[in-house]
Design a protein around this ligand. Structure first.
Ligand code: ZN
Length: 101
């Protein structure tokens, strides 16, 4: 795949920005007590990160897609975005059709 230099630059700056913010967050995590981490996990588990409502989990070809029952946002576990990106177009269409109204 050929990309313009400006596109490569965008990827570079996005990665630098992500790594900068991740370091800041990791510093905060180190300062959190174990009991606070546990409490936060219990509070947020299977809740939408945007609106706080319940997520509904759908298993499609071994990929667990969590979709918000309120705002329709979609949540993927680690590695699942990569797995979906390897799907054939027809399987991708089938996955989307699960959520169609
Ligand atoms: Zn939501």
């Amino acid at each position: 795949m050929v990309s313009k230099p400006s596109e490569r630059e965008e990827e570079y700056f996005a990665r630098i920005e992500f790594e900068r913010r991740k370091k800041l967050e990791e510093e905060k995590h180190r300062k959190l007590k174990e009991e606070d981490k546990k409490r936060l996990k219990e509070l947020h588990y299977m809740k939408c990160p945007k609106c706080g409502m319940e997520l509904i989990e759908i298993d499609y070809k071994g990929i667990k897609v969590d979709k918000c029952s309120e705002c329709e946002g979609v949540w993927l576990d680690p590695g699942e975005l990569e797995a979906i990106s390897r799907f054939e177009k027809t399987n991708l269409d089938k996955l989307f059709s699960v959520f169609k109204k």
